[in-house]
Design a protein around this ligand. Structure first.
Ligand code: PLP
Length: 421
């Protein structure tokens, strides 16, 4: 074995193994808490990469998974279908903003964006129009497949793969006071007849938890509509309650042409994603000509067990306690983040819905800043799963989190102020 060899053959994602040779081995999870193999407990303050909605091992979802394993495990999803996928699609059409009438299944946030881009390009090509350019928001993150990476911000984490990536036009992020610049740039870009704009609604996640107001989202959508540019809402992170409403687009009364949902779709229990679209987009692919089909598939498309988990999750949203729990989490978060508003050791304390973020006052910037790694270790040593984006510390907890749990997280953040300056 080589010098670099670690004790495990696992090659972990977004990890420089030379700097992070070890990972914490978790044996169990319950609610907002993880228990490691050595018995140490960690508060899952980022919902295990933003996926766990209600809490780990939520009983209704676990039961639905168990029940589904008694009936059907996996099925080819071309030429065959199954009840969980059919019911889930109908219920999603009813639940999501009105006008999203078709549901295409895949299995991660990245693939849901990939499919969205394919839908947009296929739409224009099938209609005989040469519109191939995609617009995206500066600092966006849309996943790690080719389409996802191309539309995401360019940086060290995709530089090596540049030969794979296509050229995307960036619209400046609508930072406070610069909203008009964004809207002008979008209007100008739309005049060149691009195919689509892809944007995370209301908050850019991996780009640094950057928040912008519903009024700007509404304007961006209106500009796209005026120019016939398809509007793709990437709700992979924001969907299922994160921003305080079921979907972020609701807050701006926006119906996208295409919407991507993943992470919280199953309450976070199993990988499943959907790309939803308007009837117009489906109909542009509907033809006697087989070449006009949407060419995308993966072996596990619409896995029945994952669909059953998603159905149980929708029950929690429609008949259970999710909305109340989200409202409570928003209030708990507001109480705590507001204490940092005038703390000079931090900048930009902010909140949208259940998500809070603040930037440590240091000179380093960006995701790869070493401060991010140092902070992560600092929090881990205090029994917290927090994973700062460079100097940006954010708290994105499962909705079952308690005030006492959050107090532990914010006490550690307060303590982390020693890194400032
Ligand atoms: N889009 C957004 C907005 C995301 O936040 C993410 C993941 O964080 C993705 C897409 C990619 O999702 P996945 O990691 O499930 O492929």
């Amino acid at each position: 074995m080589s010098l670099a060899a670690s004790s495990s053959p696992v090659w972990r994602p977004f990890t420089q193994h030379a700097l992070q040779p070890d990972a914490i081995e978790i044996a169990e999870a319950e609610g907002a808490w993880l228990t490691a193999k050595d018995g140490v407990r960690y508060l899952d303050a980022i919902s295990s990469w933003w996926v766990i909605s209600h809490g780990h091992r939520r009983s209704e979802i676990m039961r639905a998974i168990r029940d589904q394993t008694e009936r059907l495990d996996q099925l080819i999803f071309a030429g065959f279908t199954h009840e969980p996928a059919e019911t889930l699609a109908r219920r999603l059409v009813a639940l999501t903003p009105q006008g999203l009438d078709y549901v295409f299944y895949s299995d991660s946030g990245s693939t849901s964006v990939e499919v969205a881009i394919k839908m947009a390009l296929g739409f224009w090509r099938n209609r005989g129009e040469n519109r191939t350019r995609i617009l995206a928001l500066e600092h966006g993150y849309h996943g790690d497949t080719v389409g996802g990476m191309s539309t995401s911000a360019r940086g060290p984490f995709n530089a090596s793969y540049a030969p794979l990536l296509y050229d995307v036009e960036r619209i400046p992020f609508p930072a406070a006071g610069r909203e008009q610049a964004t809207l002008y740039a979008l209007e100008a870009a739309c005049k060149a007849k691009p195919a689509a704009l892809v944007a995370e609604p209301l908050i850019l996640g991996a780009g640094g938890m950057l928040i912008y107001p519903p009024s700007v989202l509404r304007e961006m959508r209106a500009i796209c509509a005026r120019h016939g540019v398809l509007f793709i809402a990437d709700e992979v992170m924001t969907g299922f309650g994160r921003t305080g409403t079921l979907f972020a687009c609701e807050q701006a009364n926006v119906v996208p042409d295409i919407a991507c949902y993943a992470k919280g779709l199953t309450g976070g229990a199993l990988p499943l994603a959907v790309t939803m679209c308007s009837a117009e987009i489906f109909e542009a692919h509907f033809s006697e000509d087989r070449a006009k089909a949407l060419f995308h598939s993966s072996s596990f498309t619409a896995n029945p067990i994952a669909c059953a988990a998603a159905l149980a999750n929708l029950d929690i949203w429609e008949k259970g306690d999710a909305r109340e729990t989200v409202a409570r989490t928003c209030a708990l978060q507001e109480e705590r983040i507001s204490r940092f508003a005038n703390d000079a050791r931090f900048r930009n304390a902010r909140r949208i819905g259940t998500i809070t973020a603040l930037d440590l006052a240091v000179d380093e910037e960006g995701y790869l800043a070493t401060i991010g790694l140092e902070l992560m270790r600092f929090f881990n040593a205090r029994g917290l799963l927090l994973r700062p984006l460079g100097p940006t510390i954010y708290v994105l907890p499962p909705y079952c989190v308690t005030g006492e749990d959050l107090d532990l997280a914010y006490a550690a953040i307060e303590e982390a102020a020693t890194f400032a300056g």
